[in-house]
Design a protein around this ligand. Structure first.
Ligand code: ZN
Length: 122
């Protein structure tokens, strides 16, 4: 099979599906891909890490496994409600927002239940 290198455009002969002329071109291409992705993720990662720190601090550096606080406490610390890592639906069908290893749930009385998540569920 004849191919054209995805990075340097050199032609090469190799197995079907081969995309790079050399392992060097392959490594440069993937290193660049990772760097560009890391760079693009920085602003969102900062928000997520900040949110996680706020929850961790409220949970007394991990001493509390769960705690109910007023929403305005998180607002006062500039918690960003729009950024979380994933969601989980509990047995009652209510959605929990999760940031790494902490979940939160807002109740109608503007109280927030924060819980430590021990196992990541899907
Ligand atoms: Zn190449």
């Amino acid at each position: 099979m004849k191919g054209k290198c995805k990075l340097c455009n050199d032609t090469f002969v190799g197995r079907a599906g081969k995309m790079f002329c050399t392992i060097k071109c392959k490594n440069i291409y993937h290193k660049d891909l990772i760097q560009k992705t890391n760079f693009a993720a920085i602003p969102t990662d900062k928000i997520l890490h900040r949110n996680r720190s706020i929850l961790f601090e409220i949970m007394d550096a991990g001493n509390f496994k769960q705690k109910k606080v007023e929403r305005k406490l998180l607002d006062s610390k500039k918690f960003n409600w729009h950024h979380y890592t994933h969601v989980h639906k509990n047995v009652k069908g209510k959605l929990l927002q999760i940031i790494y290893d902490y979940s939160w749930m807002i109740f109608s009385d503007q109280e927030v239940l924060i819980k430590k998540v021990n196992k990541i569920t899907r």
